[in-house]
Design a protein around this ligand. Structure first.
Ligand SMILES: [Zn+2]
Length: 78
């Protein structure tokens, strides 16, 4: 978990907060990964995402988020 969360380390705090603020305006649903292509990054931590990387993903209209960011920034605020 800690290792997989490495993308959150070293991210500029204001950049991160801006991303979280934006993400909170969107509605997130669990993704099946099918619509993920090579250019998709987590909207919060910018982690590159792939369909079969074993990381649970959430999706909004045109955005994606990994489970680490979702659990940390989105889920607890519901
Ligand atoms: Zn992320």
């Amino acid at each position: 978990m800690q290792e997989n969360n490495i993308y959150l380390d070293g991210i500029d705090k204001e950049f991160l907060e801006g991303n979280v603020e934006y993400a909170l305006t969107l509605e997130w649903n669990l993704s099946d990964g099918k619509s993920i292509d090579d250019h998709v990054h987590c909207v919060i931590c910018m982690r590159p995402m792939k369909e079969n990387d074993g990381i649970r993903k959430y999706e909004s209209e045109n955005e994606y988020m990994d489970v680490f960011c979702f659990d940390r920034f989105i889920k607890k605020q519901e």
